[in-house]
Design a binder for this molecule. Structure first.
Ligand SMILES: O=C(CO)[C@@H](O)[C@H](O)COP(=O)(O)O
Ligand SMILES: [Co+2]
Length: 223
């Protein structure tokens, strides 16, 4: 698949949402064409904050038919695979830095019937992906250091996204998606698209203010 044919996914991150009205906001996003939602699970160890886990995912699953992209910012993500499947996750993205046995973890996620993602912190080299591409559906390039919403995009990540796109084409895996997460907004969107990203996570850019209205503005920029 060539870059120009690849569908761009705008992926709102609920970390910045108002949880008291999240069900309605997800419905409104779905109504304006949103298909994915990004769910940040943080354990207070891999990253400083604690966010939420399977009970919250189970609860929003009841309100939403969106594709659930779960970003696991936790140590030992393998211990959550079955619970995430039960909770309604569609894709589980684990940090390479948190997995001693990355190949095994990716295999287990697929075996449980979900898609796989490998997330890389800004300082982690692309070479960690070399022997797991056949078990990977998506690579998440962190464009900030993980743990917090509302940070600024790290400009050095543009070259990393471009290098990853070249690497995937050369390795015969052009269909593996490249997700970017952190500081994506109207000012950085074109940069990451040009570099080869096709799944754009947006927390504050969507949930600060009216999510549906913000989402439509972002859609217009992508078109
Ligand atoms: O994984 C993370 C933060 O670690 C994210 O998914 C944030 O939710 C992105 O927030 P913004 O930078 O878009 O505000
Ligand atoms: Co995230």
């Amino acid at each position: 698949m060539h870059t120009e044919e690849r569908e761009i996914i705008l992926n709102p991150s609920i970390l910045s949402a108002d949880f008291t009205v999240l069900g309605e906001q997800l419905k409104a996003l779905e109504a304006c064409g949103c298909r994915w939602v990004h769910i940040d699970v943080m354990d207070g160890t891999f990253v400083p904050p604690v966010s939420f886990g399977e009970p919250v995912i189970t609860s929003i699953r009841k309100k939403s038919g969106l594709f659930f992209d779960v970003h696991m910012m936790t140590e030992h993500p393998d211990t959550h695979i079955d619970a995430l499947k039960k909770a309604g996750a569609d894709l589980v993205c684990v940090h390479a830095e948190a997995c001693t046995h990355l190949d095994r973890v990716l295999g287990a996620i697929r075996e449980a019937g979900m898609r796989t993602g490998v997330a890389l912190n800004p300082a982690t080299p692309l070479s960690v992906l070399d022997y797991v591409l056949d078990k990977t559906d998506m690579v998440l390039v962190m464009t900030v250091n993980p743990g917090f919403g509302g940070q600024s995009y790290l400009p050095a990540m543009t070259g990393k996204i471009r290098a990853l796109r070249n690497m995937l084409e050369k390795a015969g895996h052009p269909d593996i998606r490249i997700e970017v997460d952190g500081g994506i907004n109207a000012g950085t969107l074109q940069t990451v698209l040009d570099a080869g990203a096709d799944v754009l996570v947006m927390g504050s850019a969507v949930f600060q203010g009216d999510p549906a209205e913000n989402f439509r503005k972002m859609q217009a920029l992508v078109r």
